[in-house]
Design a protein around this ligand. Structure first.
Ligand SMILES: *[C@@H]1O[C@H](CO)[C@@H](O)[C@H](O)[C@H]1NC(C)=O
Ligand SMILES: *[C@@H]1O[C@H](CO)[C@@H](O)[C@H](O)[C@H]1NC(C)=O
Ligand SMILES: *[C@@H]1O[C@H](CO)[C@@H](O)[C@H](O)[C@H]1NC(C)=O
Ligand SMILES: *[C@@H]1O[C@H](CO)[C@@H](O)[C@H](O)[C@H]1NC(C)=O
Ligand SMILES: CC(=O)N[C@H]1CO[C@H](CO)[C@@H](O)[C@@H]1O
Length: 922
């Protein structure tokens, strides 16, 4: 070993002023006119991101009138129980009324809503805002809230504007608000309310009373929202109960008397299924004596039997301490269940004007949580079960639904559902397509990602630039204000429009046509055609979530330090570069909404939701089909058929856009290949390709099984509706119903970019030294300074250099003066001082992974080089390391010829090093 002669690669860089290429010393600075390679072949040049012109998406981004079918537009609706914390019940009623009352227009003027002010005092300001956020999906902050209006303050202090709030003022206000919201629960004692007030006076520290300024401060600063919970309105579930409308003998009766004109038949109450003949007519009786299978024949009566009455009440969830009652548009009351069988029932009053079928607007809640009396028809109980009636099995003849509203209850919010068409001819499909999203797809990217247009509802809170990308598992969220946002608005104008034709054309076709258009097509009407990213922005999130899982152990710290917060070759973060690789016109098409990401069928496949036969895509909308005649139902059925046809064509859509998907995935993969992490924990482009290779095979079956599930569910629903309302007949107006579908599949392999052929060992981020070979005395000749394996943006080789990434000094080549045989000189070059052809690094891993001491090749223009390093024996100064000049060529013989000629002409006291170039990780 001769450590004194070992080479300090980087140490020499500054010493050789202006050098472009260092062997370990000195290539003259201006190497110009090299014959090695075309300088255009430099693959490591920063990639400029082409963006569309900044103004062409404006029209599609401005908030416009309400957009049918965009689920994120919050609707005014009754309080969602899951958005409320558990708290004293009078307070809970105030909080429920408050969040009932919030909408897009008043989300930043909460303190202009009296019930919100009252609720804040008992529920906490921050927790109330959290509940508002949960209810509305808005981002809400204390700071954005307008001041408490003096009109409300005046009401609290009984008109004495300059007075501070006294405890008695507060108690009066609190009880006044409970009365105003029609609370079913009041505090058990005034001590409860005094305790609420005491918390406020302690905070304000203004004595026993609190002036306006301090109370207003309390509303703004006393506490802040905690992590937002988001939830969706629990859907009332429905249970079918078979309904036999025939009279039944009273309980305890021992005989049953049938009368038909002058004939009377008396039998003992049967204990088995029995037939009885009255005046020539046969009736079948169930055990207990109730006639079954068909209506009691005309002219026959059963003395003393009781005609059953249908109880349409929703059945509250069992074993709950309180029951929530809601009514559209904004009525919520939460009522404690009476604690014991001898407790008095709770008498609940519905919203003003609401009446049940007895003409009352009150009902009772009895122990242990059952309803007494009749609920008005529009009252809902979240988590409750709504019974619907169905004819008993084997029933023939007339059957009347005892509660015809129940099967159309699902439409409860739309009061206009009674517009009916009495025409017996088939209703023509209308142009509008208006199925709403499946809830699971609506906010799948934390309000970022792939929306056709930005969410206009958010813009009242914070104006936003282009599309964005989140990674909630690592805290990259809208709420945290650190979404990755494309500053450029990218909008498709001229592009391909994929469509199976309009809904109005009807029919059963699932032929997908690509049509080139110059701007957003009309499709099925305004806002029914979206510009979609074929390769979704959300895949970046899915990929990083997958490598952040416990199995792989890549931490958020790693992901943030090396990707999300790390500047890349062009100075912007890698995360933004990845977003911009996707958010490009080349990756966008026009497509009808039913096919679109963020809306319908493709979302279900990409998000891997709605995957079962019992819960197929658009289940909630299909559940609302209630008849074959009302305009609402007919339009809905036609929408469903159109949706199913689009779903059946989804495989073809994937297939036709596979090239776009693959090219975009490849851009992402190559961009990941540019990254040099601080530590070599994962090979990003390789992991990305493997992740896609595991994901994409789920897509073909994801398309066909969901399409079949949704059709089958639709088919069954249509039969149910026919049995209930149309004597079992589905009108021949819905062509897909009898025709069925044959969903299309596709070849997932066409979407997958070629896997990188990168060496499996010594991946980017690995540090180490070189060993140039052996001296004649057998001693190895290593480099002194550590080098780093670099992501070079290629799918085949890495870079090797001394910087933190490939924009820093790394190996490059120039022609070797004095050698006519095409040999090159390989050394370190700083790309910022000049451009030379890159030399890449190819360790011979022999199947091994991790850090490995292995031979390697330098690679130029895709060809491995043979090298013949020269120990020059010419230190720049006494005591300094001796430079090694690495001479390489396409063959070992050519390299040796050149090296020997240099040795005799330039380095007479030097010698050649023999043996392989070896990389030694540290
Ligand atoms: C490169 O070659 C061109 C013509 O071949 C010559 O004019 C120029 O001076 C050369 N530059 C250097 C740095 O040798
Ligand atoms: C967009 O910008 C171009 C050039 O700046 C201009 O000609 C065009 O009218 C603009 N389009 C819109 C919709 O403003
Ligand atoms: C019952 O009335 C029918 C005619 O309605 C008659 O033919 C029959 O004889 C009557 N039977 C008795 C027992 O009176
Ligand atoms: C419930 O209250 C209403 C008035 O709010 C009253 O008319 C009704 O009789 C009460 N019902 C019972 C059972 O107490
Ligand atoms: C889903 C998952 O495993 N997430 C992990 C991501 O990494 C952080 C640590 O940085 C973990 O806390 C998360 O659990």
């Amino acid at each position: 070993m001769r450590p004194a002669f070992a080479l300090a690669v980087t140490a020499l860089l500054p010493a050789v002023h202006g050098a472009l290429l260092l062997d370990l010393l000195a290539a003259p600075l201006t190497v110009g006119n090299t014959s090695i390679a075309s300088s255009a072949s430099r693959s490591a040049a920063p990639v400029s991101i082409s963006t569309s012109s900044a103004n062409d998406s404006v029209s599609s981004i401005l908030p416009t009138s309400s957009v049918a079918g965009i689920a994120a537009v919050p609707r005014k609706r009754a309080a969602i129980p899951a958005c409320l914390k558990t708290v004293e019940l009078s307070c809970l009623n105030l909080a429920a009324n408050c969040i009932d009352s919030v909408n897009a227009g008043n989300v930043n003027t909460l303190w202009s809503i009296k019930s919100c002010v009252a609720a804040a005092t008992c529920y906490g300001v921050g927790d109330l805002i959290t509940s508002v956020e949960c209810q509305t999906g808005f981002i809400v902050t204390n700071a954005a809230q307008a001041a408490l209006p003096t009109s409300i303050y005046n009401g609290i202090v009984m008109g004495c504007t300059s007075c501070a709030i006294t405890q008695q003022n507060y108690i009066d206000f609190y009880f006044g608000q409970l009365t105003a919201v029609n609370s079913a629960n009041f505090p058990s004692s005034s001590a409860v309310v005094k305790a609420f007030w005491s918390v406020i006076t302690t905070w304000a520290a203004t004595g026993s009373t609190v002036p306006y300024k301090n109370f207003n401060d309390w509303l703004h600063f006393s506490s802040f929202p905690v992590t937002t919970i988001t939830t969706t309105m629990p859907v009332t579930t429905y249970t079918q109960i078979t309904w036999n409308p025939n009279p039944a003998p009273t309980s305890g009766a021992v005989s049953e008397t049938f009368v038909k004109s002058n004939t009377t038949v008396i039998i003992a109450i049967p204990t088995t299924t029995t037939s009885v003949v009255i005046g020539g007519t046969s009736i079948t009786l169930a055990p207990g004596g109730t006639p079954i299978n068909s209506p009691l024949p005309p002219g026959i009566s059963i003395h003393g039997a009781t005609i059953p009455t249908w109880n349409p009440n929703i059945i509250p969830p069992t074993s709950v301490p309180s029951v929530t009652f809601t009514a559209p548009p904004s009525f919520t009351t939460i009522v404690a269940v009476p604690p014991a069988s001898n407790s008095p029932p709770k008498n609940i009053t519905g919203p003003p004007g609401d009446k049940n079928s007895d003409g009352n607007n009150w009902w009772l809640l009895l122990f242990p949580g059952v309803i007494g009396g009749l609920l008005p028809a529009d009252i809902g109980i979240p988590g409750g079960v709504k019974p619907t009636a169905a004819p008993p099995p084997d029933w023939t003849g007339a059957w009347t639904d005892p509660d015809p509203t129940s099967s159309s209850m699902h439409n409860s919010a739309s009061a206009s559902s009674s517009a009916s068409s009495s025409s017996s001819s088939c209703p023509q499909p209308t142009g509008a397509y208006s199925l709403s999203d499946d809830d699971e797809n609506s906010d799948w990217e934390d309000l970022g990602s792939d929306p056709d247009r930005r969410r206009s509802d958010i813009m009242t809170i914070a104006a936003r630039a282009g599309r964005s990308m989140s990674l909630p598992v690592c805290g990259i969220t809208e709420k945290n204000g650190n979404l990755v946002i494309n500053p450029n608005s990218v909008s498709l104008t001229t592009g391909t429009y994929y469509t199976i034709g309009t809904k109005a054309a009807g029919g059963t076709s699932i032929v997908l046509n690509p049509i080139v258009v110059n701007s957003r097509p009309v499709g099925n009407g305004p806002k029914t055609v979206a510009q979609e990213h074929i390769f979704e922005i959300g895949y970046i999130r899915q990929f990083f979530e997958s490598i952040n899982d416990s199995g792989r152990g890549i931490s958020c710290t790693w992901i943030l330090n090396n990707v999300y917060n790390q500047a890349g070759w062009d100075g912007q973060t890698w995360a933004l570069s990845l977003l911009q690789e996707i958010d490009q016109r080349a990756n966008m098409v026009w497509v009808d909404k039913p096919m679109n990401q963020g809306q319908h069928s493709k979302s279900n496949v990409v998000n891997r939701n709605k995957a079962t036969a019992a819960d197929p895509p658009q289940k909630e909308n299909m559940d609302t089909i209630s008849d074959f005649t009302t305009t609402i139902s007919v339009n809905e059925i036609q929408d469903i058929e159109y949706f199913i046809r689009n779903f059946a064509a989804l495989g073809t859509y994937f297939s036709n856009t596979a090239g776009i998907f693959q090219a975009t995935a490849l851009r992402v993969q190559n961009r990941l290949a540019q990254i040099t992490p601080n530590t070599p924990d994962i090979n990003l482009p390789v992991a990305f390709n493997a992740w896609l290779r595991a994901l994409l095979p789920t897509y073909p079956l994801g398309c066909t099984s969901r399409a079949n599930n949704v059709f089958n569910y639709y088919h069954a629903k249509m039969i149910t509706v026919a049995n209930q309302h149309n004597n079992g007949v589905v009108p021949q107006c819905f062509p897909l119903f009898p025709a069925g579908i044959n969903p299309q599949s596709f070849t997932w392999q066409n979407l997958l970019p070629p896997p990188p052929t990168l060496p499996p060992c010594n991946i980017p981020g690995t540090q180490g030294r070189l060993q140039f070979g052996f001296n004649p005395d057998g001693s190895p000749e290593p480099s002194v300074t550590a080098l780093r394996v670099l992501g070079a943006g290629r799918s085949d080789f890495y870079g090797l250099g001394t910087g933190t990434d490939f924009t820093g000094p790394h190996f490059a080549a120039e022609s070797q003066p004095g050698c006519a045989n095409g040999a090159v000189h390989v050394g370190l070059s700083d790309p910022t001082t000049g451009r030379l052809p890159d030399v890449f690094f190819s360790p011979q891993c022999n199947g091994q992974t991790g850090k490995q001491t292995v031979p390697f090749s330098f690679v130029l223009n895709g060809q491995p080089l043979s090298c013949s390093p020269i120990y020059t024996n010419q230190a720049v100064a006494p005591g300094q390391p001796v430079p090694i000049r690495v001479v390489c060529a396409g063959s070992a013989a050519a390299a040796a010829t050149c090296a020997n000629s240099l040795l005799s002409s330039t380095y007479p006291t030097g010698h050649l090093l023999t043996g392989p170039l070896t990389f030694i990780p540290v």
